[in-house]
Design a protein around this ligand. Sequence first.
Ligand SMILES: [Mg+2]
Length: 430
Amino acid sequence: MQSTSSTPKLWALVDCNNFYASCERLFRPDLLGKPVVVLSNNDGCIVARSNEAKSLGIGMGEPEFKVRDFLKRHGVAVFSSNYALYGDISNRVMRTLETLAPVIEQYSIDEAFVPLSGPLACNADELAMSVRERVRKWTGIVVSVGVGTTRTLAKLAGELAKKGEGVYRLDAGTSETEKTLSKMPVEDVWGIGRRSAEKLRLRSIHTAKDLCDADGGVIRKLLSVTGLHTAMELRGIPCIDQSDAPAPRRTMVSSRSFGEKVTEKKYLAEALSMHAALAGERVRREHLVAGGIAVHIRTARHGQGPFYDKTAEVSFSSPTANTRQLIKAAREGLDTVFLRGFEYAKAGVMLFDLVDRHKRQGNLLDFARPDAQAAKDKNFMSVLDMVNKRFGRGTVRFAAEGAETALWHTKHTRRSPKYTSAWEDLPVVR
Ligand SMILES: [Mg+2]
């Protein structure tokens, strides 16, 4: 949510290819060209596959026990997930991106949106190539870059980049883009889930192009204003911002640079608690629960003092989206990575192993003694979300998040007043 000097003309989506599998391979060059899969928390399901594993027909989300023999027969290298490693490599990728663009919006562990304005927008194609080259050279990770007029078009371009040459561009309104959109099934559009797609198909909206051309009123009726925003974005009208973007499927990231350098652990704990609360809120909105949380703290890239950058991972015994638990785990993570004597510039959390709340694998102990506290917490969370939705984010917050006026909060010195949503910012008429 950093302010940009001018409205971006284009967006780039940078996405790491087969990210977890690629991370594992970085330190195991003997596995180059071999099938690799990574399992979810507690080794339950397959959550990442190298291209070779995809070609073998191994499905995403497949339970490990069902394919155990198959994996063995085909010599597939199988890894438990290691989010401390993935988080760390992810940070290196993001830092590399920051050397090429002034603002990046990390979207998930392996994806970032980059707003392009001014000269960056004019040279978007060159920038996309430089991003690919530099990230590969500096981190060993291969990325795809999608460029588009809006976030939604960039995301779609990213999918095509992944399947093709590594770079793809979709400019709104051109005949080339229309041709491409007419070949893309509507469920491939960012934010259009399977159920939305079913509703659209009943109205003969089958492709991204159909959605782009459809009547706004019809879409609004079918998919609410969120769906309408998606359709407008396909037309090239930016409607989606960082806070209302559809949730990523597997990880939820919340992180930000501090307004002022932080040396005390207390303030890092507050910032991490705030990010845990933010991420939790967004995960609950999508009816997801997380298998664990990764905590990340670092000093400035070009700071004066020594450089420090560390990620810790905390897993939950059973998946949760309860802010109370998320904050507790974030603080536990901080205990393991915090070192005195550094000037910290940034902190964040990532919720990983996101699964549908209703499909989560329970813990046997939970079934053995149903937890009255858990039920209470769930009600508490829905009330909290309702209040904050109605009266604005942060109306009800956890004390652990610290004061809203704390110096570590990002400064928005050039942000315009909240004319329409805060009493103290109401414009005064004389
Ligand atoms: Mg990826």
